[in-house]
Design a protein around this ligand. Structure first.
Ligand SMILES: Cc1cc2nc3c(=O)[nH]c(=O)nc-3n(C[C@H](O)[C@H](O)[C@H](O)COP(=O)(O)OP(=O)(O)OC[C@H]3O[C@@H](n4cnc5c(N)ncnc54)[C@H](O)[C@@H]3O)c2cc1C
Length: 266
């Protein structure tokens, strides 16, 4: 079966044209693999030539990242220095040149490391029609969600954002799990933490029980004990060739402890 490629000037035009048999092309690291493997679920590839989709703009206490920004763009941005380790954890250099922020939101398990970080940072997706959707809602219902133009995130203060990726193959293996935390107040008492896990369910998800347990807590062994006990509450880790659900549940508190106590000292 042949595939038709259609190119549009704007995302709004692409959104109107996509229909049921079209697949939007971000950087193509997954879409082109699907096409090459003979995926029959789409017959048209929809692409947009608007370079504005790669824009990264800081304003006040938030930063807007264009959905078309690549992991390499993120790594080159001074405003996004706190996200450099997250972007660097995605694939090898060739993948990072192509892989986009928008594509990461829709990448199936076990992918989605960057989306995990954006979720912890209070990410809000700006859709092609201008609507704003909290990432938590978008990630919970990705099918038919529509096209994303950009993602706005909170700008954490120094030392407030932490990210940890657990993989069996270093440095470019896929995630057994990823954990991202925005810890307002760190290294002092925490107020309003947001903690997200990747590869611990069908899509990145917030660990709300952990967030509640961290409220008012100090980042020391006794302060985080309740959060560790609740590490996987509300999550639904899968069994897959990388790790069993049992293993993921067992090691989640170990990695959460390291993220909360050790990663802040780096
Ligand atoms: C060798 C290799 C290693 C990888 N390693 C990692 C890894 O370590 N961590 C990780 O998280 N991922 C990894 N990936 C997966 C992938 O590269 C990334 O998730 C990447 O960010 C996907 O972005 P893309 O632009 O390439 O997506 P594409 O392939 O272009 O698209 C992926 C999906 O997202 C949709 N999409 C893209 N942009 C938008 C948009 N703006 N609005 C709506 N839908 C959109 C597409 O229609 C498609 O369904 C790896 C992939 C490969 C091939």
């Amino acid at each position: 079966m042949s595939i038709i490629v259609e190119t549009f000037d704007t995302l709004a035009e692409a959104a109107r044209a996509i229909g049921g048999d079209g697949r939007y092309l971000g950087g193509g690291t997954l879409v082109m693999r699907a096409a090459n493997y003979g995926d029959q679920s789409f017959r048209r590839i929809i692409r947009v030539r608007d370079q504005g989709l790669r824009r990264i703009a800081a304003a006040g206490d938030r930063i807007e990242i264009g959905a078309g920004a690549t992991m390499a763009d993120v790594m080159a941005s001074r405003d996004l220095a706190f996200l450099e380790p997250v972007a660097r954890a995605i694939g090898g250099p060739a993948v990072r040149q192509m892989a986009t922020v928008g594509g990461n939101l829709f990448a199936a398990h076990p992918y989605g490391d960057f989306a995990t970080a954006l979720l912890a940072l209070d990410g809000k997706a700006r859709m092609a029609d201008g609507r704003e959707t909290p990432l938590e809602e978008l990630l919970a219902r990705r099918d038919g969600a529509g096209l994303v133009a950009s993602v706005s995130i909170a700008r954490p203060r120094d030392g407030e954002f932490r990210f940890r990726k657990v993989s069996r193959v270093k440095p470019k293996g896929v995630s057994v799990m990823a954990i991202a935390a925005w810890l307002p107040g760190a290294p002092g008492r925490i107020a309003g933490a947001r903690v997200a896990f990747g590869a611990m369910g069908p899509a990145p998800a917030r660990a709300r029980a952990v967030e509640r347990a961290l409220e008012g807590a100090a980042l020391d062994e006794s302060g985080i004990a309740r959060a560790l006990a609740a590490a996987t509450e509300g999550l639904d880790p899968p069994d897959d060739p990388l790790a069993s659900a049992w293993y993921r549940r067992e090691v989640a508190p170990v990695h959460l402890r390291r993220l909360l106590l050790e990663d802040g000292r780096r």
